[in-house]
Design a protein around this ligand. Structure first.
Ligand SMILES: Cc1cc2nc3c(=O)[nH]c(=O)nc-3n(C[C@H](O)[C@H](O)[C@H](O)COP(=O)(O)OP(=O)(O)OC[C@H]3O[C@@H](n4cnc5c(N)ncnc54)[C@H](O)[C@@H]3O)c2cc1C
Length: 263
């Protein structure tokens, strides 16, 4: 059995990693309205309560709907809560125009509803043994969800396995679309977290303006690429442009990680 020495000195025995195999039942216990089209669903294990599996920030769950409008359908949603939050696990779902499941979840999912999910899955995670000490995250829209989990986990100054420094460059269309904004703003008071927000659909003096592209990235990075690992999540086009710009600037391909929400 492993042990670690937290701040304060007492030796704590680390429990073995908890894994849930197969399809688990998760009960919705709270719904948080993030924006006009995005909701966070907090869920617990339907049988014993709490979150009964361990996960890494950046991983996702796959949900299965066996009788969805007469057919079986599955969709994946990133876990937006922090692995340190043991009492629930959350996902943050944005409505997709013409989308089947996201709209149904947004409109119909209610407290007490039980969903079937599998996970946690995915490798879009920060690894202190492999990655550089400054984690630079780039997101557009709902692509911010893995970073909410990562930032929530690593913000406490004594968080184990945390990068020394974190930056988030995130784009939203308008001020109505800011997901997790109050919390991110509060985090940005810390010296080791830097928040850069750009709006694509309107201007506001407090924020950058325009899509995330090579020029905007250069403005924010100002050539400071050394010691950084880059994680990108958002539309394919944005990730391709940013990846190309980073490679051009001399970033090692191994230090660029992407997560696509399209299947
Ligand atoms: C690893 C991973 C993590 C993810 N995490 C998140 C997350 O944290 N939050 C989040 O909101 N989403 C996330 N997603 C995306 C999510 O899984 C869904 O893809 C999203 O919610 C859309 O699903 P939907 O059923 O609503 O849309 P769909 O019904 O799948 O439709 C998607 C789009 O295709 C169009 N479309 C559908 N059918 C047709 C057709 N026949 N012809 C033309 N166009 C069509 C729709 O209009 C819509 O614009 C993630 C995806 C992956 C793979």
């Amino acid at each position: 059995m492993n042990f670690f020495l937290p701040k304060g000195g007492a030796i704590v025995l680390a429990r073995p990693k908890r894994v849930k195999r197969g399809w688990m039942k998760l009960r919705v216990v709270a719904i948080v309205s993030e924006t006009h089209d995005t909701r966070t669903f907090q869920m617990v294990d339907a049988e014993v309560g709490g979150c009964q599996f361990d996960y890494h920030a950046g991983q996702y769950l796959t949900f299965r709907f066996d009788h969805f409008e007469g057919r079986a359908i599955a969709r994946s949603y990133t876990i937006s809560s922090s692995p340190c939050q043991q009492d629930f696990v959350s996902i943050t779902v944005k409505r997709t125009v013409g989308g089947v499941v996201s709209n149904w979840l947004y409109d119909n999912l209610h407290e007490g509803a039980v969903l079937r999910a599998r996970g946690a899955l995915g490798r879009f995670c920060y690894d202190i043994d492999r990655d550089h000490p400054h984690l630079f995250m780039v997101a557009a829209g709902s692509g911010v969800t893995p970073f909410l989990s990562i930032i929530r986990q690593f913000m406490p100054s004594d968080a184990r396995g945390a990068p020394q420094e974190m930056s988030l460059l995130v784009s939203y269309r308008t001020r109505r679309d800011l997901i997790g904004w109050q919390e991110l703003q509060a985090f940005a008071k810390a010296a080791h977290f830097h928040l850069h927000l750009t709006l694509t659909g309107e201007r506001d003096r407090r924020f950058l303006h325009g899509r995330i592209n090579a020029a905007l990235l250069n403005t924010v990075l100002a050539g400071r690429i050394a010691g950084k690992t880059f994680m990108l999540c958002g539309p394919e086009a944005m990730m391709q442009i940013v990846t190309a710009a980073l490679l051009d600037a001399g970033v090692d391909a191994e230090q660029i990680r992407t997560e696509s929400f399209s299947t």
